[in-house]
Design a binder for this molecule. Structure first.
Ligand code: FHN
Length: 419
């Protein structure tokens, strides 16, 4: 929907979060692929298996000897992300089990030195991403590491192999975390962002230390807020897992990490999948509130993205490709408040009304608060751009501007139709 009005922010009833220019690529991207991939794919019970079963380190290490994901094809993963309409990839370079999915001189417990595979999948992904214009980013578990004798978290430690009172955190921090981050930030080209997780127990001093360390190596690399539990740290807010906030809740750019089923790492036990329909709505809900969606896949031990995940991503991708204008580079809705019928995104001079098909208002839609004169309204999916009729009214007593918009009798796209 196009509106007249010269003032750039005439519609901005909600101010878009203040933004550092270096986050612009990321907020404009709106949709990313999260990948949880590691040794835990082999037992296929999720990435917390080692902790849940108190698997001794020497036992867990044996998984590395079996890890040979010969079906891994970086280009195919990047293509799938692209097909889904995702513009960045965040992959677990090291999760809580401490196993590095990249070649690391800092710790031999890594995919090149400890597994028969012998390849560095992060190098292959970096190249494939560069070729396709996808931004590569790394997840790095900086506080929890069940393999290292000196990692120390507020609650989730390996207490079955190591004694808490014998921990010397600095040995972990200086000997593994910082050197591995250096490796990631110097060996793989541009890293879009580092996705830290669960900082429980990390001191403010160490949080600042890690931020400075990253900045000194790649000044433009973003960091999420989970780098520290100190409020305001990081370049953007990571919401809770699968959490979508209320409209206007965050003053900083934010992102929702979300699962496709109910797990992050590959598991054969969880078959509760979100449908493409519900995923598109969730995407709309997030971007309409100004956030990013980071949607997860958990590849198999053979190195493949499970077909049930891939299929959903391709279905979502058909929608994102048709509606790209209403997604990338947009801001969230300028209006505060939850919408029952869908979500709104905006860019200067245009509002995109994303209407959930099952809430299709056959009698038209009313939008309150648009002061600008609307010029034209049409369905984005309509290649002929046939104009929809509308009327604008102003109630002086209530000081209320109302746009009454007539809609076609039926939705114009699958899942969610954009006007
Ligand atoms: O413990 C992790 C979990 O395994 C997963 O990586 C998620 C992703 O956001 N983060 C932690 C829990 O919040």
């Amino acid at each position: 929907m196009e509106e007249k009005g010269k003032e750039k922010n005439a519609l901005n009833l909600v101010k878009a979060p203040e933004q550092d220019p270096k986050t612009a690529w990321w907020t404009g991207s709106r949709f990313g692929m999260f990948i949880h991939w590691g040794l835990y794919a082999i037992p296929a019970q999720g990435e917390w298996m080692m902790y849940a079963q108190k698997t001794p380190v020497r036992e867990y290490e044996k998984l590395a000897g079996q890890f040979n994901p010969i079906a891994f094809d970086a280009k195919a993963w990047v293509k799938l992300a692209k097909d889904a309409g995702m513009r960045y990839i965040v992959i677990t370079a090291k999760h809580h089990d401490g196993f590095a999915m990249f070649h690391s001189a800092a710790d031999p417990f890594n995919i090149v030195d400890a597994a028969p595979f012998g390849r560095d999948p992060m190098l292959e992904l970096a190249e494939a991403c560069r070729e396709e214009g996808i931004v590569l980013c790394f997840y790095y578990s900086h506080v929890i590491d069940w393999h290292h004798p000196h990692s120390l978290h507020k609650e989730h430690n390996n207490t079955w192999d190591y004694k808490l009172e014998e921990k010397r955190f600095a040995e972990y921090w200086e000997g593994k975390v910082k050197p591995q981050l250096r490796e990631l930030l110097t060996g793989y080209g541009r890293v879009g962002l580092l996705w830290f997780d669960t900082a429980g127990g990390l001191s403010e001093e160490d949080s600042k230390d890690i931020v400075e360390h990253v900045r000194s190596l790649q000044p433009d690399c973003l960091m999420n807020s989970r780098v520290s539990h100190v409020m305001g740290m990081g370049d953007y807010v990571s919401k809770g897992d699968n959490e979508i906030g209320m409209s206007g809740e965050d003053r900083r750019p934010w992102e929702t990490p979300m699962t496709l089923n109910q797990s992050w790492g590959y598991t054969t036990r969880d078959q509760i999948w979100k449908t493409a329909d519900s995923l598109v709505r969730k995407l709309v809900n997030v971007i309409g509130k100004g956030g990013n969606l980071l949607l997860n896949v958990g590849p198999t031990p053979a190195g493949e993205i499970p077909e049930l995940s891939a299929q959903r991503l391709r279905e979502v991708g058909a929608w994102t490709h048709r509606n790209s204008e209403a997604i990338y580079g947009t801001e969230g809705s300028p209006f505060l408040g939850e919408l029952q019928w869908g979500g709104i995104t905006a860019r200067t001079g245009r509002l995109y009304l994303h209407i959930f098909n099952d809430k299709w208002p056959k009698n038209g839609l009313r939008i309150f608060g648009i002061r600008n004169s609307v010029l034209r309204a049409y369905a984005l999916a309509d290649t002929e751009r046939r104009e929809l009729s509308f009327a604008q009214e102003y109630d002086e007593a209530l000081n209320l501007h109302t746009l009454k918009l007539d809609l076609p009798p039926d939705p114009t796209d699958s899942y969610v139709s954009v006007i």
